[in-house]
Design a protein around this ligand. Structure first.
Ligand code: PHE
Ligand code: ZN
Length: 878
């Protein structure tokens, strides 16, 4: 066999779905836990579903050692295959009893049953259950589970599984517990946890007066760090009742924080398992953003209880069905309980950064994909976040009250079933009385629509005539794109900055664009300005011919948070694009005069009464990553040069204003609150701009002093991290002292210490590569822990385009070396940090060549994982 032959995997097609021949009705599992040799006894009741009496029972199983298997108590003929077992002739209803062995300690992929810092835990979505025991491991087989856990010989604090505790005690010197989940569920929602924790307990009284016991399991000694997550659980439960009328359905709800986890968290029925980064916070160790994220991820997993668990997926091509709806729900939760503008702006940034990048990459896929090789590769910003934008558009089109009714009808109609995106859409059409036939293209066509706007004034009819057109570039899977159906939220501003509402605009304030080109007429005075795509009402790239003056006008007067921020962003983009050639020649750039004028006006009027969160977002200089997405072909050096010039010019011109702001706005305490998050955010932005300005003005020592003072005088991690970042990224004198102090305080606290790695891996120049190389051998680094990997190689790959793409090629080499090491350890994490390399064709020829070499050598690797194979082979096909 040639090397290429050796590494081939086949894709599954959505249209190849076949209903299962059998279902499992009851699954009774007994785990005898042991670090290296856990015994699983599995007694499952099966039932034939189809009339095909000859169909064999085929059970999935991976990396299992089978001890015995019996059908109805008898030794049947069966066949062990590469992917499980096949039992050729079985009755219509029967019981399979089997026993298999697994080795949790050797499981570094973190799928199935594994050990995380001493704790036994499971991860089954999407196809991890087959690494625990033989089963029909597919989401459309729903069974009731009874689980007996016998603790390891050396003892163990708690033994947990889904549902209700039936019994617990000690037998033959070993602790045991028996759990029963009353709700039938697919295998991907199964969970088991065994370990010793600190437990935060509380209760919640539901809207019908039932008491739910809440338990949150955190690292020993970290009780305090679990309190915010517990509060977030209660807030989520209350919000789901208040906003959608959804009441929790079990008598207890458990959340466990574990240190080793591939993604953010997992919605296992009644027993959510979390990456500890989304649980463990207190103000001294975690930033405001971390607090905000904990609340939103706790919400997300909790909301899955209805959108995902009670109504689940027919097959994995439907993943967005549960994720998009649940992301939409968690965004609405954060909007209602934290801050709507901030939540919306964050979501929009994900779309305009990583999602637009994905849509423009070889791995571009529709929100409902047609072909998948490795499902783990499809937990993407397209499936999750673009999916959520689609749900948001439906919400815009039908309004809150019809949406609420349709959601309830959907959950009611399909309760306890495994369904499709099509089922969801049909239900919404019927319930809300809308026609979503053209709208469905959002699920079937990949790629980002470009919307072009233009307008003229028709003096004769006193009409503003608005023209909109849309175009979507071809993607690998689809050459021709049909027009999308999209709501475009609009308003109009007159010369004085007042809102005017023309008769032609509906009271909902949006128009529909659903053809390649459309014209709209509004009866308005001359010089009225159309404000287009308020609240980012559709996930598109908008190109509108606003003058700089008009952008300034909207920035001052428009009442929409997105439009305000977008005006500032557009002014920045214009500047970067207009100056790119000068930047490429490393010459002197002109002043961004209009932007500075707008910023000065904002800064002059800030006081403690202002909407600080929104102002801070408006003042932000865009990330290089998001700037890259405004170009088709990427000249990374020029973009970086122009970005830095822009930031420096703004900082230097407004340094007095930033100094005043820095002195004026302070948080009222070191604790997290939404108000203090805003105060700290703007205070920290001011610090950053002051430091940038001082460096540019040859006053680096002053920059260092103020940053060091910021670090030392605050007890809050948001402040400390800002100071550490500025010290390291601007290479200030205080850098060594701050890093030393941080290391002394936190090197034993892995989660907090990830910041030490991340900050050094994201220095926006070549030195980040050396930092990463050096830190890989830091005593606190552990290449098997995904959080550490994400903080070092992952940060270089996903948050540092400048160093990754350094012209030396060392960034690519380093990343690919890490990826090949991870290929055997944890393919899912490896494939994720590979992502930026896939878009190599957008770079210059030299960089293309260097990446291509690296991708080709990855392809030659023996035992290349399916995850990496799918991504690299797809990229090479382009
Ligand atoms: N379903 C999880 C979520 O909410 C994500 C996840 C997928 C976690 C696969 C682990 C493994 O969003
Ligand atoms: Zn989810």
């Amino acid at each position: 066999m040639t090397a290429e032959k050796r590494n081939t995997y086949k894709a599954q097609k959505r249209t190849d779905y076949k209903a299962p021949n059998f279902t499992a009705t009851d699954i009774d599992l007994t785990f005898t836990l042991d670090d290296t040799k856990t015994i699983v006894k599995n007694v499952t009741r099966f039932k034939r579903l189809t009339s095909d009496a000859k169909a064999p029972l085929i059970l999935n199983g991976e990396e299992l050692k089978l001890n015995y298997l019996k059908v109805d108590g008898i030794n049947y003929k069966f066949k062990e295959t590469k992917n499980g077992v096949e039992i050729p002739s079985v009755p219509d209803e029967f019981t399979v009893e089997l026993e298999n062995e697994i080795n949790p300690s050797a499981n570094s992929s973190l799928m199935g049953l594994y050990k995380s810092n001493g704790t036994f835990c499971t991860q089954c979505e999407p196809e991890g259950f087959r690494r625990i025991t033989y089963s029909l491991d597919r989401s459309d087989v729903l069974a009731k589970y009874r689980v007996t856990i016998i603790g390891p010989e050396y003892g163990c604090g708690v033994l947990l599984s889904n549902g209700n505790l039936i019994e617990r005690g000690t037998k033959k010197n070993r602790p045991y517990a028996i759990w029963e989940d009353p709700f039938p569920k697919p295998s991907y929602l199964f969970a088991l946890v065994a370990g010793t924790f600190d437990i935060v307990s509380d209760t919640f009284i539901t809207m019908s007066g039932r008491k739910v016991d809440l338990e949150l399991y955190v690292d020993r000694g970290a009780y305090e760090r679990g309190l915010w997550a517990m509060q977030s659980i209660k807030d989520s439960m209350k919000w789901d009742e208040d906003r959608w009328g959804l009441e929790f359905d079990l008598d207890n709800f458990k959340v466990v924080a574990v240190d080793f986890f591939n993604f953010g968290a997992m919605e296992n029925k009644g027993l959510n398992v979390f990456n500890s980064v989304y649980v463990m916070v207190d103000p001294t160790c975690a930033t405001d953003t971390a607090f905000y994220n904990v609340q939103s991820v706790i919400g997300h997993e909790y909301f899955h209880n209805y959108t995902g668990d009670r109504v689940t997926l027919r097959d994995w091509f439907q993943l967005s069905l549960k994720e998009s709806l649940t992301v939409f729900r968690d965004q609405e939760f954060s909007s209602d309980v934290a801050n709507r503008a901030l939540t919306r702006l964050h979501a929009i940034n994900v779309i305009r950064g990583p999602q637009f990048a994905e849509d423009a990459s070889p791995m571009a896929h529709p929100v409902r994909p047609e072909e998948v090789m490795e499902m783990n590769n499809f937990y993407t910003v397209t499936i999750y976040d673009k999916g959520a934008e689609i749900i948001r558009m439906i919400h815009t089109l039908i309004g809150e009250s019809r949406f609420k009714k349709a959601l309830n009808d959907y959950l009611h109609k399909y309760d306890g079933q495994a369904v499709t995106i099509e089922d969801f859409l049909c239900c919404f059409e019927e319930s809300a009385g809308v026609d979503l036939s053209q709208f469905r293209r959002w699920y079937t066509q990949a790629g980002t629509p470009h919307v072009k706007a233009s307008w003229i004034y028709d003096e004769e009819n006193k009409n503003l005539v608005l023209k909109l057109s849309q175009h979507t570039n071809p993607t690998r899977d689809q050459q021709v794109k049909e027009p999308f159906y999209m709501p475009i939220r609009m308003s109009f501003l007159d010369k004085e900055g007042h809102d005017v509402h023309p008769a032609e605009l509906s009271s909902d304030g949006y128009i529909i664009l659903n053809e390649n080109e459309q014209e709209y007429r509004f009866t308005l005075d001359r010089d009225t300005l159309p404000v287009i795509l308020r609240d980012f009402s559709a996930p598109v790239k908008l190109d509108a011919p606003y003058t700089m003056e008009q952008l300034q006008h909207m920035l001052s007067f428009c009442d929409d948070a997105f439009i305000k921020v977008d005006c500032a962003t557009t002014m920045q983009n214009r500047y970067i694009h207009d100056n790119l050639e000068i930047a490429a020649a490393q010459s002197v750039l002109k002043e961004p005069a209009e932007l500075i004028a707008s910023y000065k006006a904002i800064l002059d009027s800030v006081d403690s009464q202002s909407d600080l969160i929104l102002i801070n977002e408006t003042l932000k200089i865009q990330s290089i990553a998001n700037l890259m997405e405004t170009f088709d072909k990427i000249n990374i050096d020029a973009i970086k040069y122009a970005h830095d010039a822009l930031e420096t010019k703004v900082a230097v011109s407004l340094v007095n204003e930033f100094v005043e702001l820095y002195g004026k706005i302070r948080a009222s305490s070191a604790n997290y609150s939404v108000a203090d998050m805003g105060r700290r955010a703007i205070n920290n932005s001011a610090l950053h701009m002051i430091a940038v300005a001082k460096c540019a003005m040859d006053k680096k020592k002053e920059a260092s002093d103020i940053v060091l003072n910021h670090y030392n005088s605050s007890k809050n991690m948001t402040d400390k991290l800002q100071a550490m970042t500025d010290a390291v990224h601007l290479d200030l004198e205080c850098k060594t002292e701050i890093l030393k102090s941080f290391e002394k305080d936190w090197s034993k606290d892995a989660l907090v210490f990830d910041n030490f790695f991340r900050v050094q891996a994201t220095v926006p120049n070549k030195s980040a590569i050396d930092n990463v190389k050096k830190l890989l051998s830091h005593p606190s680094y552990d290449g098997r822990n995904p959080n550490r990997v994400r903080a070092l190689a992952g940060a270089l790959a996903l948050s540092n385009p400048v160093a990754l793409n350094d012209i030396s090629g060392e960034g690519y080499d380093l990343l690919c070396k890490q990826i090949s090491a991870l290929n055997d350890i944890n393919p899912s994490v490896a494939a994720r940090i590979l992502t930026p390399l896939l878009s190599f064709r957008r770079l210059d020829e030299k960089r293309q060549g260097m990446i291509l070499n690296n991708l080709n050598s990855l392809m030659q690797m023996p035992k290349l994982s399916r995850s990496i194979y799918e991504k690299v082979s797809t990229a090479l096909k382009e």
